[in-house]
Design a protein around this ligand. Structure first.
Ligand code: TMP
Length: 208
């Protein structure tokens, strides 16, 4: 009953919370599941993720950023995601290739086709069965972040975060079968309910 479910959204939209809630729900129902995240999810990926989020005094170019996120992803797909799917697990992943399309193409301005081609190489063509987009305005999302040290992405200006949001909405509109777009301003309980409705449909259509 393998399924690959990814969570996407801008800063402060509550993806990690919902990815965790879905994973716990599946585990409670004794459904074999795995929760992972990007950037990271492997020891090597974690190192790359740290550089990408926290590098100081290094001017990481958008192209380098694109390649590093995909280096982390390639390792995660090979080491964790593919073997888990082969073992029949439901894999839930907090961010995946669509993050790169939204942030490095729509946000940073890299060519869309190039970004897609590199994502495709890193994932070996592995696409999610369902992608949940938690959508809210960039202003509201950023306002929900807890105060403290901001990483390289949180430090970007509001126009960058607005482009990321618009990018996500465009990507989702181009493939409505795969995407579930949810207004992230709703309560976390309501959002979890909407996600569960869709996931349980997918499970029963697979005979689970
Ligand atoms: P997070 O751990 O808070 O989700 O932070 C990861 C940051 O990295 C977030 O700001 C989005 C950004 N990011 C990209 O720009 N491209 C990517 O491909 C991924 C996975 C994340």
């Amino acid at each position: 009953m393998a399924l690959f479910i990814t969570f996407e959204g801008g800063e402060g939209t509550g993806k990690s919370l919902q990815a965790g809630a879905l994973y716990r729900k599946l585990s409670q129902l004794a459904i074999s599941a795995l929760l992972t995240h990007e950037p990271g999810g492997t020891p090597f990926g974690q190192k790359i993720g740290r550089w990408l989020k926290w590098a100081q005094d290094i001017d990481i170019s958008p192209l380098t950023e694109l390649l590093l996120f995909n280096a982390s992803r390639s390792q995660l797909v090979t080491e964790v995601i593919q073997p888990s799917l082969k073992n029949g697990k439901i894999v839930t992943c907090d961010r995946y290739a669509d993050s790169t399309t939204a942030y490095q193409s729509y946000g940073r301005g890299l060519d869309l086709e190039m970004v897609r081609a590199i994502n495709n190489a890193a994932t070996q063509g592995l696409k999610s069965d369902l992608t949940v987009l938690l959508d809210m305005t960039a202003e509201n999302g950023l306002a929900r972040k807890s105060p403290g040290k901001q990483d390289r992405f949180e430090q970007e200006n509001i126009a960058f975060h607005q482009r990321v949001r618009e990018g996500y909405l465009k990507i989702a509109a181009s493939d409505p079968e795969r995407w579930l777009v949810i207004d992230a301003a709703q309560s976390k309980e309501r959002i979890a309910q909407i996600i569960w409705q869709r996931v349980s449909q997918l499970l029963s259509s697979q005979g689970g």
